[in-house]
Design a binder for this molecule. Structure first.
Ligand code: DC
Length: 212
């Protein structure tokens, strides 16, 4: 692929993709796009209209109407938004509308995108593809500590169960299921802290781009 630089960072929920992708984008001077926010925003738009996020007609209409400002909403996190996002993410019509949105945004200036299907579907020709993963137990511990540090009570067993449920949905979905692209470099962060994971990612990107 010629033209704007595209870096795909895929992987399961809570693997540390966001932190890593944001740092890479800052280092490389590229815009960063958290593509999970698109599915979250579409879910919200459907709920706002009093609709059902698993209704393909309502969800596809919301996906086509999505504008960048919708991604800045303050209510895109939390259990209700999680559920609505995974419902709309299973709908092929929603994924097709958001594919156009993602390509439009990223091709303007290049981008680091994080998600589930960036290297497999959205940008199969991305210059660099990373697949960032960690054991479900470690991802759950990180998410649990994050919730606690936000001053909220959380039960580690419940957080682990919820992540297992989201993994199963991401993996089993017929439309763009979560899987590494054949030419992705997998970074398992189970035994790495954020700085160490970032160092491996940056080194991988530099190597792939042929930088000294
Ligand atoms: O990464 P996240 O938790 O914000 O993702 C929210 C939902 O959207 C989750 O159900 C997975 C889905 N998703 C997707 O299907 N494809 C993407 N590129 C990003 C997220």
């Amino acid at each position: 692929m010629t033209g704007q630089l595209i870096i795909a960072v895929d992987g399961p929920a809570a693997a540390g993709k966001g932190t890593l992708a944001r740092r890479l984008a800052a280092e490389l001077g590229l815009p960063y796009l958290d593509t999970g926010l698109l599915y979250r925003a579409v879910g919200r738009l459907v709920l706002d209209a009093g609709g059902d996020p698993s209704d393909p007609v309502a969800a596809e209409e919301a996906a086509r109407a999505l504008v960048p400002a919708d991604l800045a909403r303050a209510d895109l996190r939390g259990p209700e938004a999680d559920r609505a996002a995974s419902q709309v993410a299973a709908l092929p019509g929603v994924r097709a509308a958001l594919l156009k949105f993602q390509r439009g945004v990223a091709l303007a200036r290049g981008a680091v995108l994080d998600g589930r299907d960036i290297g497999t579907v959205i940008f199969p020709q991305a210059h660099v593809k990373l697949f960032v993963t960690a054991s479900v137990e470690e991802r759950a511990r990180r998410r649990w500590r994050e919730v606690q540090s936000g001053g909220l009570a959380a039960d580690l067993a419940a957080v682990t169960e919820e992540l297992r449920r989201r993994d199963a949905l991401d993996l089993a979905r017929a439309a763009a299921p979560l899987r590494p692209a054949a030419d992705a470099v997998t970074i398992d962060t189970t035994a790495l802290d954020a700085d160490a994971a970032y160092a491996v990612a940056l080194e991988t990107v530099r190597r792939r781009l042929g930088a000294p």
